[in-house]
Design a binder for this molecule. Sequence first.
Ligand code: ADP
Length: 497
Amino acid sequence: MQEPTCIIALDQGTTSARALAFDKQGRLLGIAQRTFTQYFPAANCVEHDALEIWDTQWAVFQQLIRQLGVAPSQIAALGITNQRETTLLWDKKTGEPLHRALVWQDKRTAEHCERLKAQGLNPYIREKTGLVLDAYFSATKLAWLLDNIPNARSRAERGELCFGTIDTWLLWKLTKGAIHATDYTNASRTMLFDIHQLQWDAQLLEIFQIPPEVLPQVYTSMHHFGDLAYDGSNIPITGIAGDQQAALFGQGCWEAGTAKNTYGTGCFMLMHTGEQAVRSTQGLITTLACSTGAKPQYALEGSIFIAGAAIQWLRDGLHLIDEAADSAYFAHKAPEDHGVYVVPAFAGLGAPYWDSYAKGAIFGLGRETGKEVLIRATLESLAYQTKDVLLAMEIDAHTPLQMLRVDGGACANDLLMQFQADLLNTPVERPAMIESTAAGAAYLAGLQVGFWNLAQLRQNRDIDRIFSPKMSEATRHQRYQGWQEAIRRTMGWASKR
Ligand code: ADP
């Protein structure tokens, strides 16, 4: 038996399965990654093959072990982090999925949500789950599966079926069907879970007509969920969290008032609110965060639909740049006081506006406006949208932000990060290791088995760069006013046409 030397995180994302290993110092030892198929069977429908998800996840786990040359006994524990809300139903006996998983982006149940809204159920759902009644979350997806697969409902009532988000599916597969469980962070995205009482809510099950027999057990994110029997060793599975909550934890946001923003295709911003479940008056979601103690901890969450996707639009739609990273080069050539605003409301506006009729627009064009300015203004739109969400969070949480921690592909852009710090008048901290999601799952798993402690994790955290605000108050005010005016003029646009 060799000494444990690493923790492995299984990072099951929307487009790929990854496995990452971390050593005692929290350093990344290696990554293996495989993409899997996206299915679009009809308009508004997005599906994943759960067996392919399992196959790719298992393949990258084995690939990573081979790459690193570690013995199974050297793996102290496994953590799981996953795309949230994606919904699966499988046969308890055979392990066969009954249908492809309905992915979080899938909107086929929008009408179901509208019907429930018309019945006035939004306030109850918001109070119990912290969420807004939307097809994005699992409840109506699960109801759809039960209604549309022949005999599913009666079989579910007889206890023959298991429901799970993807963490639950992976855990079930890793433990060869022994454990049917999830963690608080994933449960809090199902729209069936009372985030205050920490249990499945009987009335919600009634509302969505979900037989309780299909539900997994729910535990805190740091918990000994089960073991993977692998090559003569039993590797404990001791950390599970949904991707955004894992990233919050991986960024070291462990106390009330700390926040992180992930700049990916969209932006996902979460602010830790400690043991208080803050009810948002500003269009944000209240959700469970990972906690290391017995008491539950909460976060406020705001999503921006189009962030890095706006840079993709510059590249693939307008052909103004060859690669996303080139955006910084051109933006540097534009004057800072260009006066142009790009509102990338390509999919309506998310938090805090929630306007599905808003459309994208460009304001302030002149004869002199060149591509450099367009590129700069598009980059700046990521920062403006982030400020909108952060202001909402500060109002809800009554806490001014001390520092914004960042990750995701577009946080590599220095010009954007500097502008973000300027606009927020708050320092922006970019960690050296930006694999925050996987790190979060690994931290949870390692803490549970005593591989490291919080003080060590805090000490291990290396900063790549802190961007300090440099902009004058007057400029900041004037720029942000211009943005708010631009937003005002895009709202409701599609409904008027
Ligand atoms: P996701 O996980 O959502 O696929 P990533 O975290 O991998 O996203 O980030 C990719 C996104 O970041 C893309 O939308 C891309 O346009 C954007 N991006 C990547 N690098 C840069 C950069 N240097 N400047 C601006 N945007 C960037």
